[in-house]
Design a protein around this ligand. Sequence first.
Ligand SMILES: [Zn+2]
Ligand SMILES: [Zn+2]
Length: 352
Amino acid sequence: MSKTMKAAYLPGDSTVELKDVPVPAPGHGEVLLAVRASTICGSDIRCIYHEHLGKGPEGYQGVIAGHEPCGVIVEAGPGCRRFKAGDRVIVYHISGCGVCNDCRRGYMISCTSAEYRRAYGWQRDGGMAEYMIAEEKDLIYLPDSLSFLDGAQVACGFGTVYEGLEKMGICGNDAVLITGLGPVGLAAGALCRKLGAEKIIGIDIAEERRHLALSLGLCDNVLAAGPDNVAQVRDLTGGYGVERAVDCSANAEARAIAIRATRKWGKMVMIGEGGTVAFNPSPDIIHDQKTILGSWVTSTWLMEELVERLVRWNLHPEQIITHRFPLKQAPEAYRLMASGRCGKVAVCPDAE
Ligand SMILES: [Zn+2]
Ligand SMILES: [Zn+2]
């Protein structure tokens, strides 16, 4: 093993800084992971890449970037109880204190410890490097039939979507509307399909993304974002609207469309982060008995279940990765993701 490694940092001026840093050593209850795939998230662009806008859990503290890592353990530190060298693993991207109520539920995302809650790639070193340190309690086994790119997708996007869909409930009865067809929206299409939905309608402003959703079979109909979307969705659903809607756009107009295009007694979930929305409670939700849910990331236990189901369903999240780059081209990878003219973008440290 080399004594130094390449690692990517985000100074906040729409650039990526590559540095040579020492390979870290795992402490008690930690493992050293050889990173094999690390995908770029919309939140990396929104909160860090252009400018360091995030606060609190989205505050970037100048660490190695990347919160969607997947790799193989090269060294288990003292005190590890389950994982060992050679295991292929996904890293749940927030390391919580482990002992608060939220952590005990498996939702380290909402860990309440200001001192111990640290997210990979935000407050502690993440996966945009040849190696990284992860705590054993944050690891999820990656089955042999899933690739490292599949696993990196589970780490944030697919896990987050699965949580939102499970909260809302999706089955073969449902027509589903997805607003925003970036990587998270595409993941929603892929999972809704496996959960039985046979009428999936997607809305996005970008032609490339609409085309990708259709060509991958993740949507049955796609609509260009516009003022007629609610009427168009009703036309596609017998005049009623969809039973279920998922907002992955964080756009105010798209969220209002998702609420209004949901039929009477229907449910919608908000996953896309940031921004705002305006709607009229009485006509838009109260009189139609609608439910609006919020959902933030997922738990370690549901992520484990998702991994098991991906194998059962023969669903490979890798399918929505349209571009992959070696680590030395991380600047190009982030630039492409920021442009939005792509599906998911991955960095693979050993692809050089
Ligand atoms: Zn993410
Ligand atoms: Zn906690």
